[in-house]
Ligand binder design. Structure first.
Ligand SMILES: NC(=O)c1ccc[n+]([C@@H]2O[C@H](COP(=O)([O-])OP(=O)(O)OC[C@H]3O[C@@H](n4cnc5c(N)ncnc54)[C@H](OP(=O)(O)O)[C@@H]3O)[C@@H](O)[C@H]2O)c1
Length: 247
């Protein structure tokens, strides 16, 4: 059985990706930060569709905890599946802050950098010994790296860094046949940055060629494809999933 880790699997796109991957027969280790109950609800949904999942706590902003997290992942692989290796990793956990450039604080900057760039870098490094040759890594970036959107400068800059890091990972891990891709959502209906009110949703829908915001499941299906053999020849790409955001 193929087994993957999805960070930020308790809500939003990560939760949808966990469910979609489970439907496609993958075993799921999903992580949560502040919402253990939401994570357990996702585990129950996966059980209900005949899949198998375990939820583990992880603060992606705290790289010092990653070696211990790797040990916990190994124990979980052994106790739940009788396995010792992983087939995939989705660096999905994240949050947003809307704040114009001239008022961003150093603490806000550091917090966003830790979650969106430093976290994926060192978590991938920590889990690399557990990843099988031929496995798949997906990094969640954002359409805000392509279109400058006022109020999200640090967030978008770190997502841009993650996009570059994706190509470097693909290059360096290629010798182990590990594929690395970025998925870049447009406006998706989740609780990110406080969620969408009617006015904001209408604005984003108007900026999208298909005339609406996306649903987490629509991003999840692309993530799942990249994690399975359907995506076996896709590598080092940044795939925007946005319905055509500001084209
Ligand atoms: N929604 C969009 O329109 C959109 C667009 C472009 C890119 N994205 C990206 O897609 C990814 C998922 O976003 P989403 O919209 O699904 O957000 P969401 O609904 O707010 O869910 C965020 C998830 O990340 C977890 N998380 C947040 N901070 C964390 C931390 N420090 N350590 C570990 N986990 C943490 C949360 O866990 P807890 O709830 O357990 O704390 C939750 O599971 C993010 O990387 C985001 O930047 C989203």
């Amino acid at each position: 059985m193929k087994i993957i880790v999805i960070t930020g699997g308790s809500r939003g796109i990560g939760a949808s990706a966990a469910l979609e991957c489970a439907r496609r027969g993958l075993g799921i280790i999903l992580t949560y930060n502040r919402n253990p109950q939401a994570a357990q609800a996702v585990v129950r949904k996966i059980d209900a569709v005949g899949g198998q999942a375990v939820a583990l706590p992880l603060d992606v902003a705290d790289a010092g905890t990653f070696p211990a997290f790797r040990d916990t992942v190994l124990q979980t692989l052994t106790s739940t599946w009788g396995e010792s290796r992983l087939d995939g990793l989705v660096n999905n956990a994240g949050y947003g802050i809307f704040n114009p450039l001239d008022s961003v604080t150093e603490a806000q900057f550091d917090g966003l950098m830790n979650v969106h760039l430093k976290g994926p870098f060192f978590l991938t490094q920590a889990l690399l010994p557990l990843l099988k040759d031929g496995s798949s890594i997906v990094n969640m970036t954002s359409a805000t790296t392509r279109v400058a959107t006022a109020g999200v400068a640090p967030y978008a800059s770190f997502k841009g860094g993650l996009e570059v890091l994706t190509r470097y990972m693909a290059k360096e891990f290629g010798e182990r046949r590990i594929r690395v891709n970025a998925v870049s959502p447009g406006a998706i209906r989740t609780e990110l940055g406080g969620g969408l009110n009617a006015e904001f949703e209408a604005l984003l829908a108007g900026q999208t060629a298909l005339g609406r915001v996306g649903e987490p499941e629509e991003v999840a299906r692309v993530i799942a494809t990249l994690l399975t053999d359907d995506g076996a020849w896709v590598n080092a790409q940044n795939i925007e999933v946005s319905g055509g955001y500001i084209v």
